[in-house]
Design a binder for this molecule. Structure first.
Ligand code: 5GW
Ligand code: MN
Length: 349
């Protein structure tokens, strides 16, 4: 007896094909939804139009603004301003801050910042918060989330209009590796519990640092990474990536683009959520097997950014180190790590 006649087979094959097409269609529309909101409008003549509202793709400038004519034949020649995957690399002189602000201002964007201050690191909060008031997204909606084990030691900082500060308690920790490990988890849950549908962009920053110059709308993007100031002139074989293949942070010889900072990253909420979730789960899976990556979450972040290319790359202007003399191509230091007395601030391991 023949179990599958020609007709049945055709019906099964066609159904499978239909399901496949349907699946592709649905997953495609979910991708679009995750980048902004989508709505359908029926026009006067009965046609259906789909509108995608996204902060990323539609940049509207006011027609009243006067600004310097852009050029594609003159500009900075001492640095590279675009990656091989065509993401901008932000250096002073490559953008017009007034133009950018006037594009993003009418969008009424909101920017969240996370910063961790556990143990002795609470001493860095005052300068961090005060300088953020002077330089970080001035004139925009900014909400700073401080995670600390000593909420009573919070400095009094006067926040400007449209700017907010929220303190979240976290348990203290004796092992610094634990503080480091939990950052991604706390970022992930903050996004899930508090920020979803309320915030557009998020930046996650080290507290042992200060702002010295503008950090604003030029830094906005889907996934945003900052180039580490210590390695950007070096060959990638010198980068301190995790080099053991057993680790989920592994980046092999001849692999990797840049060495990025663990002390500053950000972007659209959903992009940073994906990053935090992935780095956390890789970190925890490694830990279960007794592996700790060379530079903890910085190593996992570097692996993530190699696979998931950042759509905007910030030059080392966006995270310098105070002990490093300024290199010639760095016209302005915007954010910089302070010099720490390690013996004084770090818990005993
Ligand atoms: C303590 C000892 C070793 C490493 C990290 C810590 C530590 C980090 C801590 O005790 N408390 C704390 O809040 N942190 C948070 O992790 C701070 O936000 C800090 O900026 C961030 C990264 O640690 P850093 O700044 O010491 O790492 P590097 O690579 O910038 O020196
Ligand atoms: Mn730091």
């Amino acid at each position: 007896m023949q179990l599958w006649n020609g007709k049945t087979l055709t019906v099964i094959l066609l159904s499978a094909l239909l399901l496949g097409v349907l699946y592709c269609y649905i997953s495609q529309s979910y991708r679009v939804v995750s980048l902004g909101s989508v709505w359908e409008e029926i026009t006067a003549d009965g046609r259906s139009e789909v509108h995608i509202e996204s902060h990323q793709f539609h940049l509207v400038a006011p027609d009243s603004l006067q600004y310097k004519q852009p050029s594609i034949v003159s500009g900075r020649t001492d640095v590279v301003t675009v990656t091989p995957w065509l993401a901008p690399v932000v250096w002073e002189g490559t953008f017009n801050p007034v133009l950018l602000d006037s594009i993003y201002k009418p969008q009424n964007i909101s920017v969240a910042v996370t910063v961790f201050a556990v143990g002795k690191y609470v001493m860095f909060l005052k300068d961090f918060l005060e300088t953020a008031e002077q330089y970080f997204f001035v004139g925009f909606n900014v909400h700073v989330y401080v995670f600390t084990d000593q909420p009573t030691k919070m400095p009094q900082v006067k926040m400007g209009s449209g700017r907010q500060l929220t303190v979240r308690s976290v348990p203290s920790s004796k092992r610094w590796q634990e503080i480091s490990a939990r950052r991604m988890e706390l970022i992930q849950t903050l996004i899930e519990e508090k920020l979803r549908n309320r915030t557009d962009y998020i930046f996650c920053l080290d507290v042992d640092s200060k702002f010295h110059g503008r950090w604003g709308t030029e830094s906005l993007g889907g996934l945003v990474a900052v180039i580490h100031p210590g390695y950007y002139r070096d060959d990638r074989s010198q980068f301190p990536y995790e080099r053991r293949p057993q680790s989920r942070a592994y980046v092999g010889p001849g692999q990797g683009d840049f060495y990025y900072c663990g002390g500053a990253f950000g972007g659209l909420l959903q992009e940073v959520h994906q990053l935090a979730k992935t780095c956390r789960s890789n970190f925890e899976a490694d830990a279960k097997e007794g592996i700790e990556a060379a530079w903890q979450e910085e190593s996992h972040l570097n692996r993530y950014m190699w696979i998931n290319k950042p759509s905007k790359v910030l030059s080392p202007e966006y995270l310098w180190q105070d002990f490093k003399p300024r290199n010639a191509e760095v016209y302005i230091v915007r954010f910089s790590g302070v010099v720490k007395n390690y013996a004084e601030i770090r818990p005993n391991v």
